[in-house]
Design a protein around this ligand. Structure first.
Ligand code: PHE
Ligand code: ZN
Length: 866
């Protein structure tokens, strides 16, 4: 293991040498692969007298400097690479390495997934393939020659365009791929194997033909069509929205089963977790289809925001990730529903990023230091990063934002840059100086806006007081107030927005203020009646709001801002649950407001389903100082039952009116119907009544659509265990050879709120379908368990011990997956003394394990430091 070493942004320096071209030859074989690499080196720092090449986990066989074969005295080996004396402005280095993809369980560098050879090089995997200056500001052209057995690997793919193929002796063949566009090594990719594929073409706006292909395990070809459609839509959208065209002649996507993350934007050769490619109506849920569309788009959009303009160093990760998430969110909004997309994006921000930002691993979207960069592919860098871009979009408005993006592309195409360059481009179009806004990049934790209002009836004036409550950072240091766009509505008694006229507020455009002061007292004039406040409309800034003067039922029914209708229902439910947890009776006004929504036939169904969704246990836990999962869970179940009891007839009627067992189309209406009907069924099932349970079982049996079947199965598991046994069995035997469906099966069982989950999860590890070397399966079984608050926080502490065992075990072969899992302990600082002691023992046990990876160590130490 490498010694843990903290790397600081402030220490960043340009590389002494760069590489301008890289010619690679791979000879792929069972057992090992030989890599021959010829690099053209150029000196950038004239004082440099030696060159460091990164490299790890491989055998160095031969090394030449120019034409001189170097023996071991002529260069130095270091823990993380080699150092060669070099005092020249240009040079050629050739290095031959041998690597062992079959033994590569970390899934970084070249590895095997199933029978397929594939690569993952972001952020620092390329140094496991060959010696290189493995950093994103070293960009060069790559030519890749791949030699492999033709029967075993009829398909051999590289970045860029295919320039030649040949059949060789001994059943081998070769292909040469050339990528003319300079790129950093993290975007290098190679695939070899026996794969099926589907093909299509896209004609770009300038009339260029691009060959598109998606590769997958043979037999899965028919499940790639949704991904292909999504790709073509993404290509068209980027042309229409940003004027950005694709630049190579081919675009290949490969689906593999073993992948640490979702997908990877390698130039012209994306490699995807098969979860984000394969889908058909009988095997994928509506959420899966949406997820595929958005991840395909995300990786495609990286071609401009990430590949052509890349990051100068890994501290700048949000430059490409925040921006690309923002772009994929806008794309999904355009393809589907703007409103439902926004609600889902904010939900996931709050459930993942707000939690992270409140805990021991909080960091700014642009971190200042790290030990293991792999630990920074976080909800903060991605999702909060996207919110920060969205605020700029709100500030500038559509047209100026587009102009600023054009500036960004025009100025920095082909370069490795940072968020400062991006903000420079934004500043050229911004009416406001962005200096204070930049705090969003350097500060951590979520600010709270404490808001109160006073209405002066005589003067017809409303005073709105907004106080920014800024938490200290993880080191206890004070942080400063933010500048942000703030959407608001002052709503009259009929639900209409009053015109905002203010002598002292800065109005960006109708309904959107610009706030920069720690305390603002904003005056609104000609307000003819006491208005209802609708705050942070469309979630214009990633903040929390505290305001005691919100009329939730009114906003739920009448707000012109759809997001805030959702928000009102969400916050009202939270407050209702919290009052129940304080021992108060269920608020009848909430029940009534819920009924108004339920009875509103005019609501779009997906949106209605959103309004009728009660907060998750995790949402409620975020608001507790000391966690009490049991209290949350109990009050949620009581509230559900009460709602189901009160509205039983309507719910049954609603379900039978919209339920379509034989419809599996994925248009908005069909998906909305399913979401709403599953939502209603969820409430009803909490009654644990036999006829309803039978109805649920029938839905499992009759539905042709996977969303409906899984929803039913899940509800049976929780509320009707006697009926679940048969259905689960049926599901297992029907789908055991489809790994994506087995992920769902494991995840459903590990997420159950019933007793005995830990025992079942332990047993399921021995299931012949389960394999802890496959990240999706680990996430489905172990990850779901760790995210199941009822099971994980069980008072015995056995949940903690089990997850700790798994972290240690998995860290032995895949540190990235292990460090993802160890995040489960993030609430260490918020437990009862008894629970904290139990968790502390497990955390210490992990920390003291010999040969612990830096990935896990960095996270565990942060958690233990609270
Ligand atoms: N760059 C990938 C994305 O966001 C994520 C990723 C990071 C994948 C590291 C693999 C490894 O699209
Ligand atoms: Zn990305």
């Amino acid at each position: 293991m490498k010694q843990p070493q903290t790397i600081h942004f402030r220490d960043y320096q340009q590389s002494d040498f760069t590489i301008t071209s890289c010619l690679l030859e791979f000879i792929i074989d069972n057992g090992s692969t030989r890599v021959d690499n010829v690099m053209t080196i150029v000196r950038q720092n004239l004082n440099a007298k030696e060159i460091h090449l990164d490299g790890e986990m491989m055998d160095l066989e031969l090394l030449w400097l120019n034409d001189v074969l170097l023996n071991e005295e002529m260069y130095r080996r270091e823990e993380d690479g080699i150092v060669i004396p070099l005092d020249a402005d240009t040079a050629q280095i050739r290095v031959i390495t041998r690597i062992y993809p079959d033994e590569n369980t970390a899934l970084e560098g070249l590895y095997r997934s199933g029978g397929i050879w594939c690569t993952q090089n972001e952020p620092e995997g390329f140094r496991r393939i060959t010696y290189f200056i493995d950093r994103p500001d070293v960009m060069c052209t790559f030519t890749t020659k791949i030699i492999a057995n033709k029967a075993m690997c009829p398909i051999v793919l590289g970045n860029g365009n295919l320039v030649g193929t040949a059949t060789l002796e001994n059943g081998k063949h070769l292909a040469i791929w050339d990528d003319p566009i300079p790129k950093p090594s993290y975007l290098f990719a190679l695939v070899a194997g026996d794969l099926g594929s589907i093909h299509d073409v896209f004609i770009t706006m300038s009339g260029k033909k691009v060959d598109l292909a998606i590769y997958c395990d043979r037999g899965n070809e028919e499940k790639c069509h949704h991904a292909m459609r999504s790709l073509k839509k993404s290509m068209a959208w980027d042309e229409e929205t940003y004027g950005r065209e694709y630049d190579l002649d081919v675009y290949n996507i490969v689906a593999v089963d073993s992948f640490n993350m979702g997908a990877m934007e390698n130039k012209g050769l994306n490699i995807f977790n098969s979860h984000y490619v394969l889908a058909d109506e009988t095997s994928a849920t509506d959420g899966d289809f949406m997820g595929i569309e958005s991840v395909i788009a995300h990786e495609y959009f990286h071609n401009w925001t990430g590949n052509r303009i890349t990051c100068r160093n890994w501290f700048e990760l949000t430059l490409k990730e925040g921006l690309t998430v923002f772009r994929d969110q806008c794309f999904s909004a355009d393809m589907n529903s703007r409103l439902n997309q926004r609600i889902d994006d904010v939900k996931s921000l709050r459930e993942r990023q707000f939690v992270e930002d409140a805990g021991p691993t909080a960091h700014p979207i642009k971190p200042q230091q790290f030990i293991e960069i792999n630990n920074f592919y976080t909800a903060t860098v991605y999702e909060k990063g996207a919110e920060v871009i969205r605020m700029l979009h709100t500030l500038l408005g559509e047209d100026k934002f587009r102009r600023a993006m054009d500036m960004y592309f025009d100025h920095f195409d082909g370069k490795a840059v940072g968020t400062e360059e991006f903000l420079w481009a934004m500043q050229t179009q911004s009416p406001i100086d962005l200096t204070q806004f930049k705090r969003w990049y350097s500060q951590e934790r979520t600010p709270t806006l404490k808001i109160s209002s006073h209405y002066d009836e005589v003067g017809q004036r409303l005073t709105l007081k907004i106080v920014q409550s800024i938490p200290k950072d993880t080191h206890g240091r004070e942080q400063l107030p933010y500048a942000f766009p703030f959407g608001i509505g002052l709503v009259d008694g009929y639900g209409s927005d009053m015109i905002l006229k203010s002598p002292n507020a800065m109005l960006l455009h109708e309904g959107v203020l610009w706030i920069e002061n720690g305390v603002s007292e904003l005056i609104f004039e000609e307000i003819t009646m006491a208005p209802r406040l609708s705050l942070n409309r469309n979630f214009s800034a990633p903040v929390k709001i505290e305001c005691a003067q919100i009329d939730y039922p009114f906003l739920m029914a009448h707000d012109t801002d759809g997001f805030n209708r959702y928000e009102a229902s969400h916050v009202y439910a939270i407050e209702t649950l919290e009052s129940m947890m304080r021992g108060e009776a269920i608020n009848p006004l909430f029940i009534e407001a819920f009924g108004v929504i339920l009875n509103d036939a005019s609501l779009e169904m997906m949106f209605k389903a959103q309004l009728l969704t009660l907060p998750s246990i995790n949402t409620m836990m975020q608001r507790q100082e000391i966690l009490d999962v049991e209290a949350v869970h109990t009050s949620l179940e009581v509230l559900k039952k009460h709602l189901a009891h009160t509205y039983k007839e309507i719910l049954i009627r609603e379900i039978s009116a919209i339920y379509e067992p034989k419809n599996s189309a994925i248009d908005a209406l069909s998906m909305g119907r399913r979401a709403l009907s599953n939502r209603c069924l969820g409430l009803l099932m909490s009654l644990e009544s036999d006829p309803i349970s039978m109805m649920c079982l029938n839905r499992y049996r009759e539905s042709v659509n996977m969303s409906s079947r899984l929803a039913a199965l899940d509800l049976l598991e929780i509320y009707a265990p006697h009926l679940a046994v048969e259905a689960l069995n049926d599901f297992y035997h029907q789908h055991r050879d489809q790994t994506l469906l087995m992920n769902k099966y494991f995840s459903l069982l590990a997420s159950s709120y019933r007793g005995g989950v830990l025992e079942r999860v332990k047993e399921l590890q021995a299931d012949e379908v389960y394999d802890n070397k496959v990240p999706n399966l680990v996430r489905a079984l172990i990850g779901s368990f760790a995210r199941n608050p009822v099971a994980f926080y069980d008072e015995s502490g056995k949940g903690f011990a089990f997850v700790a065992d798994k972290v240690i075990e998995i860290d032995g072969f895949n540190p990235q997956i292990a460090s993802g899992l160890v995040g489960a302990f993030k609430n260490y600082g918020r437990l009862t003394i008894d629970q904290k002691t139990k968790m502390g023992i497990e955390l210490e046990r992990i920390k003291n394990h010999p040969n612990l990876s830096n990935n896990v160590r960095e996270i565990v130490e942060k958690i233990l430091a609270v």
